[in-house]
Design a protein around this ligand. Structure first.
Ligand code: UD1
Length: 419
């Protein structure tokens, strides 16, 4: 078994170039299913969730290869429409392939998705979206069966702007003739990125990032696509929070600071200094930060739920009290008992945490129970007195590629070890 060993108390200095984001790449990889050709994705970090998605594509018949950091996905010949229990169980985003499998092959059989246990995570919106386009969807014995032979453009109103459901419906509509409109879609930058990717392949999608997305179905997409997905805004945010906690000065390249505006404005008010350029963020942090006071996670452009655990870690050592509301997932506080082991003062009930900032945390043996919660624990370890071990790092590997190398480059003492 592997864990992180962390010696706390080092300031962070230096530069990191951010790679393409996991949450942008996963729907784009699902989108490759729509392409009867070869897609080259540039600058792809090897998050383990990417490998899990590639396993699904390979099972469908795709041929996948790597050239350094570029990923080549050949989807000319697909000979299966079946996403097995073994591969679907590895990640939630396996459900993102439903729309594109139906769009390309008109038949789909998917096992229910797995992924981090951060709440109920139903898929009702994904399935109703497919039905709104005329797909026949049946659920039986743990599988979702879809028949898309009668699909045509339609209208779907999302009662909650689910990121995955929005992406899935877009993909279902790309090769479905007629006009599809999605009302109240998610507005996350990853939706805009998926639109840009699919449009670069010849799709006709407009409105991503706004309240209505329109897709005009096309008969086929281009054969050769080269695309670089947007930078990872959650890793960007994680490194900013890490530096805010440890003190220091970092420079992040290949970023879009507007994607992290909600976090940057909170950190600016808590005594971090920023120098923002089009694709670069410089941040300096010295001394103890002021608490955020009141903070809640929300859909974009609000504070992302994926940064809730790192933000909580920061609040545990900030000056003052913080009331933190988790508004997107109902069971995303598994890191709380672990932070308390490190000396944090946190009370929680339902989706609310009250955090009284302490002068410092103390190293402890803690366990990651999900991806972003694990990242929060690593940050707590970096900023605490003494040493910390974080087990369960297979969760962290899902969305942070060689996190220890990234942090060590900035001067942190963190290594991956067997135990
Ligand atoms: C995506 C991200 C994840 C992020 C989340 C919210 C990827 C691969 N993952 O997940 O990192 O935390 O967006 O920004 O991009 N819901 C339903 N019915 C559905 C679908 C969702 O009720 O059919 C609910 C969920 O239970 C949750 C909320 O909607 O409470 C948000 O989920 P959603 O936006 O769909 O998140 P994901 O796409 O799974």
């Amino acid at each position: 078994m592997k864990r992180y060993y962390i010696e706390g108390g080092n300031r962070l200095y230096g530069m990191v170039k951010i790679g393409s984001g996991k949450n942008a790449l996963l729907p784009i990889l699902a989108g490759c299913i729509l392409i009867d050709g070869v897609t080259t994705l540039l600058n792809v970090p090897r998050y383990s969730d990417i490998d899990a998605m590639l396993e699904i594509l390979e099972h469908l018949g795709a041929v996948v290869s790597w050239q350094d950091e570029n990923l080549i996905v050949d989807t000319r010949v697909l000979n299966s429409h079946d996403v097995t229990l073994e591969s679907a169980g590895k990640l939630r985003a396996s459900i993102f392939t439903l729309g594109s499998i139906l769009g390309r092959m008109k038949l789909a059989k998917l096992a229910y998705p797995g992924g981090c246990n951060i709440g109920l995570r139903p898929i009702d919106l994904h399935l109703s979206g497919m039905r709104a386009l005329g797909a026949k969807i049946n659920e039986k014995n743990g599988f979702i069966y879809g028949n898309g032979s009668q699909m045509k453009g339609g209208e779907f109103i999302l009662n909650f702007p689910s990121v995955g459901a929005t992406e899935n419906i877009i993909m279902a509509a790309v090769l479905t003739l007629g006009k599809t409109t999605i009302i109240n879609p998610a507005k996350e930058p990853e939706i805009v990125d998926l639109q840009d990717f699919l449009n670069s392949a010849g799709a006709k999608i407009s409105g991503a990032g706004s309240n209505i997305i329109t897709i005009e179905g096309v008969k086929s997409l281009h054969k050769n696509i080269v695309y670089e997905a947007m930078p990872d805004r959650i890793i960007t945010g994680t490194l900013l929070i890490a530096t805010a906690m440890c003190g220091g000065e970092i420079e992040l390249e290949n970023v879009n600071f507007q994607h992290n505006q909600a976090l940057i404005s909170k950190l600016s008010k808590s005594a971090c200094q920023f120098d923002l350029k089009r694709d670069k963020i410089k941040m300096k942090a010295s001394g103890r930060l002021k608490s955020f006071g009141e903070v809640d996670t929300a859909v974009y452009p609000g504070l992302p739920t994926d940064l809730q655990a790192p933000i909580m870690a920061l609040q545990t050592i900030s000056d003052g009290a913080c009331v933190l509301l988790e508004n997107v997932f109902e069971a995303r506080f598994k890191h709380v008992p672990e932070l308390i082991k490190m000396g944090a003062d946190i009370k929680f009930k339902n989706n609310v945490c009250i955090i009284n900032g302490r002068e410092k945390l103390y190293g402890a043996e803690v366990k990651a129970c999900d991806l972003r919660g694990g990242a929060g624990l690593v940050l707590a370890g970096l900023a605490s007195e003494g040493y910390t071990t974080v087990s369960g790092i297979e969760y962290i590997d899902r969305g942070y590629y060689k996190f220890e190398e990234m942090l060590s480059k900035l001067g942190a003492v963190v290594r991956r070890e067997e135990y």
